[in-house]
Design a protein around this ligand. Sequence first.
Ligand SMILES: [Zn+2]
Length: 356
Amino acid sequence: MRSSATPAVAPLTSASRPASPTPERAPAPPAPPVFAADIGGTWVRMRTGGPEEAVERVPSPSRLRHPERSVPRLRADLVGLLCDRVPAGARAALSFGAAIDHLTGTVYGSAPLWGEETAPYDVAAELRHRRPDVTWHLVNDVTAALLDFAAVHARPGVRRVAYLTVSSGIALRTADLEQRRIPVDDLGLQGEVGHLPVTLTAPGSDVLAGLPCECGARDHLASVASGPGLARTAERLGLARPAQVADWLPGALAAGEPGARRLLELCAAPVAELLRTMWCLDPHLDLIGIGGGVAEGLAGPYAAEIRRLLATPTSYADRGRDDTWLDERLVFCAPGQVDPLRGAQRVADWRPGITR
Ligand SMILES: [Zn+2]
């Protein structure tokens, strides 16, 4: 005898079956959970789920915070933290504040995370070994920032887009939007411009000759134009003690102090030279974002100085760029506008992705 209970959904009969021969399918498996982390020397920011979910911020297991801990211990602590938080079977996207081989996930070095340790560390292999259930994607934080910047700012028709960070270090990434890829070299690197020889063209910039860089060399772009470079330049000019420059400079610029103005001119000029060179070499570079602590902290005066320099003709091949041209191609980012955590989660949207 049939149960009198009416089924919630009547079974399809041949009479009520749709005419189209759609095969009946098993329901699609649920999408894997998504996890992202932005790993810097000071904080590790983590999020499970989409952009609407809360971000958890924990102090980094880094050399910066724990100078007494060994590098193997710091690395183990970081891997342990990530493996503890990532959900089972997740797709995980990590943004690393370090020079990283984008082809393998090997980290070449990070002074804030691991001090002067230069032996490469295959953190991706370690994560995959510890949590084989998770799909791990690793990118450098500048690459992640570029992906976020491009997603928000690149209008239709933009062929190539770059993001330059002027912060405690200086680095650049360029993406080809037509091919939807970020090209890298045999080491999986691209755009480590902070450690190229600096071009000193500003009048009187010979006073900056010989300034050291964090990498141990001298006369690099970061020797002069990074946050620490700004402090070194200020010291050369006899302006302020290095530790006070970041606090002093914005107010001094607002007050129109000549020494502050001179410092800004000397530190912005090599960055403007880099931008000129980029546009000379790649006329299809349609959009460049500039962010990072120095650019964002000095904000309006920094942007105005870079634009002033780019407006100045230097040769028949570099005739100067007017406001309309620059407005279309150069974006100075505000603090928080570009988010490496969000950018890391966009990596999976990039296929063929990051390629040699
Ligand atoms: Zn260097």
